[in-house]
Design a protein. Structure first.
Ligand code: FE
Length: 363
């Protein structure tokens, strides 16, 4: 009798164990199915505010079934938000529009390393962050923009402004309109110049520009172009797409402005024109990291590159993607010489540049 009881007990405990295993397996299955459902979403924090990008997001959702939720803010706002949200951040993909900001996000550990053979193959090393110790890449540039000089054709000879160095030359005294030196576009330009000229000469150059200013730094790139066209100053610096926007505008005042100004791709006889990037990264605490990489890989495809770059009058960053943009062509900017300093180095230099700006009294 005792033996029979014992046998029943053993069978019963085996049965319980089996049932537990079955339940565990069922729960695991349920969890993975649930994770699969989550996988159909992608949260993007974007500093790009170009209507043409909408088509791009729509196309990604149609081809992958992954819904995109987007938060729009400027570069600084996005980085601040990521810092504040920490591990609770819903952000998967981060899109920023400048190398020094991308570098800042990387330096603060706000991104996670990307390992994608497709991206490594598509985006030249020049336009992405340097690989980390683990072989991952913190961010990739997806479009490029040149930082060019514009001048008043009535007052300035082209040969007096065909290099960045000349912006700090006394011959251009009282002519210069610039936005804040601490704006990322200028931090990156100055970071490139620092790489070429070294610290001492760069500081002298920055002081020279402060001496040459027609007014205190203010406004954005378009404001500088308009100030030149209005005769308030005679020389300014702008990203190419702002210029392209004015060139493609049908408003009479924009056309009048464009007629008055000349455009120079600086330093064609030396180290080349400074080129910046707009780029993307995967957020450190991404809840959908696979979708995030998929999206960045999609941005490197030729169809997306055309939207992404052409929509904002930029140049594609991916290898082998051609672009036919009338405004960029009219600028003569399809075959200019661009500088060869890796954009990651330019971004890193922004810390040093900020110190030089402070010393030079460049606000
Ligand atoms: Fe911009």
């Amino acid at each position: 009798m005792i033996r029979i009881n014992r046998m029943i007990q053993v069978h019963f405990s085996r049965y319980i164990m089996f049932k537990r295993l079955l339940t565990a397996a069922f729960l695991a299955l349920l969890a993975s199915a649930h994770a699969g459902a989550e996988e159909q979403v992608l949260n993007i924090y974007s500093a790009r505010h170009y209507p043409s990008d909408e088509a791009l997001y729509g196309e990604f959702t149609r081809s992958t079934g992954i819904r995109i939720k987007r938060v729009d803010a400027d570069d600084a706002g996005i980085l601040a938000r990521l810092r504040a949200e920490g591990a609770a951040s819903p952000a998967d993909v981060i899109l920023l529009v400048d190398a020094s900001r991308l570098w800042r996000g990387e330096a603060e550990g706000l991104f996670q390393p990307i390992k994608s053979p497709a991206l490594d193959a598509a985006i030249p090393a020049q336009w992405r962050s340097q690989p980390g110790a683990d072989g991952g890449t913190a961010w990739f540039g997806f479009s490029t923009r040149a930082r060019v000089i514009v001048y008043d054709k009535l007052k300035v000879r082209r040969e007096d402004v065909d290099s960045y160095e000349e912006l700090g030359d006394p011959k251009n005294k009282g002519r210069l309109c610039l936005r804040s030196g601490s704006h990322p576009y200028n931090l990156s330009l100055f970071g490139a110049v620092l790489e070429h000229l070294g610290e001492q000469k760069t500081e002298v150059w920055l002081r020279g520009m402060v001496d040459n200013m027609a007014r205190a730094p203010q406004g954005g790139d378009t404001d500088q172009i308009r100030a030149v066209a209005a005769g308030e100053c005679a020389v300014a610096v702008t990203n190419t797409y702002y210029l392209a926007r004015l060139m493609r505008s049908t408003r009479p005042e924009d056309q009048t402005a464009v007629e008055r100004i000349g455009v120079v791709f600086p330093n064609q006889a030396s180290w080349g024109t400074h080129v910046n990037v707009a780029g993307g990264a995967v957020a450190r605490h991404a809840k959908h990291p696979a979708n995030a990489v998929k999206f960045l890989e999609y941005l490197a495809s030729s169809a997306a590159q055309e939207h992404f770059a052409n929509g904002n009058n930029e140049w594609p960053a991916a290898k082998g993607v051609k672009l036919d943009n009338p405004a960029l062509k009219a600028m003569g900017g399809n075959s200019f010489k661009s500088e060869a300093v890796p954009i990651s180095v330019v971004g890193r230099n922004s810390v040093k540049v900020q110190q030089l700006l402070d010393r030079a009294g460049f606000r």
